[in-house]
Design a protein around this ligand. Structure first.
Ligand SMILES: [Cu+2]
Length: 184
C-alpha cells in the first residue's frame, strides 16, 4: 500500500514539474517574441537571385533621394546606393532602437579617426577592427560610403516592421537623415 502511494506521489511530482517546465518555456518564448517584435523585426539579408525590384538611392548632405519607400511585405529589394554628397554617409536598414545602439559605435569611429567628415580611413579601420570588432563597421544591413562611392544592399523585408533607413554618422540622424519605410 505504502509503495503505491509513494509511486503516485512521484508521478504527481513529475507531472507537476513537467507542467512547470512547459509553462516556463511558453512564457519565455512569448516574451522573447514580443522583444523580437520591438527590436529585431527588420527582415534579413536577401539573395541576389530573389531580387524583386531594384531601387536607386542617392545620398546627399544630409538626406536621401527618395526619402521614403513603399515596400510589400516579403519583397526582396536591391538598393543601389550612391553618395553624391560631400560628407560620408550611411544607408542603414534598421529600426529606431537599433540606430540608437549603433550611434555610439560611429562616434567611437570618429574618436579613433577612422571616420572623418569626408573620408573613411580604411587602413586604420582594418587595423582597429582586429582589436575592436565594432570598429570594422561590417553590418549586413548597412553601407557606409565616402563621397562618390557606390554600394549595394539586397534586403528581404520579411517580418519587417517599424523600419527606418537612416545615417548614423554623428549628427546626421539628429539632423533628420532618415527615410521612411512603409511596409504593406
Ligand atoms: Cu549622413
Amino acid at each position: 500500500m505504502g509503495q503505491k502511494i509513494t509511486l503516485k506521489l512521484i508521478i504527481m511530482k513529475l507531472l507537476y514539474n513537467m507542467i512547470r517546465l512547459i509553462l516556463i518555456i511558453l512564457f519565455t518564448s512569448i516574451s522573447f517574441k514580443s522583444f523580437a517584435d520591438k527590436n529585431m523585426m527588420i527582415g534579413s539579408l536577401g539573395k541576389a537571385e530573389e531580387v524583386n525590384r531594384t531601387i536607386k538611392v542617392i545620398m546627399y548632405d544630409n538626406y536621401y533621394e527618395p526619402n521614403s519607400f513603399n515596400i510589400k511585405s516579403g519583397e526582396t529589394i536591391k538598393f543601389e546606393v550612391v553618395n553624391a554628397g560631400e560628407l560620408v554617409h550611411e544607408f542603414n536598414i534598421a529600426n529606431a532602437m537599433m540606430h540608437k545602439k549603433h550611434q555610439p559605435e560611429m562616434e567611437k569611429m570618429v574618436e579613433n579617426e577612422i571616420l572623418l567628415a569626408n573620408s573613411i580611413d580604411k587602413k586604420k579601420m582594418k587595423k582597429m577592427s582586429k582589436i575592436d570588432k565594432s570598429m570594422g563597421h561590417s553590418h549586413s544591413n548597412s553601407v557606409l560610403l565616402e563621397p562618390n562611392e557606390k554600394g549595394d544592399i539586397v534586403w528581404k523585408f520579411e517580418n519587417a516592421m517599424n523600419i527606418e533607413i537612416a545615417c548614423n554618422v554623428p549628427g546626421h540622424y539628429q539632423i533628420g537623415m532618415i527615410a521612411k519605410v512603409d511596409i504593406e
